[in-house]
Ligand binder design. Structure first.
Ligand code: TXA
Ligand code: MG
Length: 310
């Protein structure tokens, strides 16, 4: 049996802990530690990087990471703690790792209404990135035994018994004075409209379909062209390297992992892309990344970034 205190220590070391919320069990990691967040994807065997929800103790903590307009604030004050995740602009100076938001400039924040989740986040002292604690493609877990069936005995789990709601939180984007329902959940559209007096538009997230550039949920796309499986660099190209033998000759080089560690590579992916893009290079050459384990999610993200766009 894990105590909240011991679990918080694991989180501080960059390890993962499963914990109950009022909706489903979450697989939590320090949202400000890129390696820890990368472990979430490795453990879930998720083939792509979806942005994650950052779980906070209260609005005051959430406001350190997201920017709340009047409506977002009203909703938070009314529904938090509770099963409503709010997508708001990310604070540019926040410590949230880019792997949490998948490189987006928005962030999903939520304050769970569950004593164990509350105690864990408070004891840890910062936001926890946490998707549902199941392997990719499996059902969301509503009791500790479901989590164990997915990940075995080695994953530390705080057991809070069966969850109250059993469906995931409602996800609502509050951007540009517009409210957009991204995922229906335990808080209903009617309840939200009642509190805000504003009508919702709805734009359901399709976890499988690639998101088109320009859409609200468009994933981060660099300005530079992305050239995959590079074995040489062309003049003016920046290089996103991987492994101990980076290609020589590029003016700007960042290595995802000099030792060839895929967890480290995932942890660095978005930050390195941003930095290379900021050099003004018109093209970023990317070395081959092995297509197994976390490499699958990395390659998925890179091939989306490389897809032609107008
Ligand atoms: O009830 C819940 O919300 C559970 C518990 C553990 O809190 N968590 C959960 O997380 O369902 P997950 O990772 O399974 O779903 C998060 C959803 C994803 O569909 C993701 O695309 C969306 O939130 N999301 C996260 N950040 C976003 C953002 N900045 N913009 C749009 N969608 C976002
Ligand atoms: Mg899920």
């Amino acid at each position: 049996m894990w105590t909240v205190k011991a679990a918080a220590e694991l989180l501080q070391q960059g390890d993962l802990v499963a914990f109950p919320t009022e909706t489903v069990y979450g697989l939590g990691a320090d949202a400000c530690n890129a390696r820890a967040v990368a472990k979430i994807y490795a453990t879930k065997q998720r083939p792509s990087f979806n942005p994650l929800i950052a779980h906070c103790t209260d609005l005051a903590m959430a406001e350190k990471f997201g920017m709340f307009g009047l409506t977002a604030k009203k909703l938070a004050e009314h529904f938090w703690p509770g099963p409503l995740s709010l997508v708001v602009p990310l604070r540019p100076d926040s410590d949230i790792r880019e792997l949490v938001t998948a490189g987006l400039d928005t962030i999903a924040l939520r304050v769970p209404n569950h004593p164990i989740a509350q105690q864990l986040i408070a004891e840890f002292g910062g936001p926890l990135a946490a998707p549902s604690a199941n392997l990719s493609g499996r059902l969301s877990p509503t009791q500790a035994s479901h989590v164990r069936a997915n990940f075995g005995e080695d994953l530390p789990i705080l057991d809070g018994g069966p969850t109250r709601d059993g469906v995931e939180s409602t996800i609502l984007a509050c951007l540009d004075n517009q409210l957009m329902l991204l995922r229906p959940g335990a808080v209903t559209a009617e309840q939200i409209e009642q509190v805000t007096g504003q009508q919702l538009t709805s734009h359901k997230i399709d976890e499988k379909a690639p998101l088109a550039p320009g859409m609200l949920l468009s994933h981060y796309a660099p300005n530079a062209k992305i050239r995959l499986e590079a074995t040489s660099v062309e003049p003016g190209e920046a290089l996103l390297a991987f492994g101990p033998d980076p290609i020589e000759g590029a003016a700007h080089v960042l290595n995802l992992s000099p030792t060839g560690d895929l967890i480290e590579a995932a942890a660095n992916l978005f930050a390195h892309l941003h930095k290379l893009d900021a050099t003004g290079a018109t093209s970023i050459a990317v070395m081959n990344i092995p297509d197994h384990g976390l490499g699958i999610a990395i390659n998925d993200r890179l091939s989306r970034a490389a897809a032609p766009r107008d």
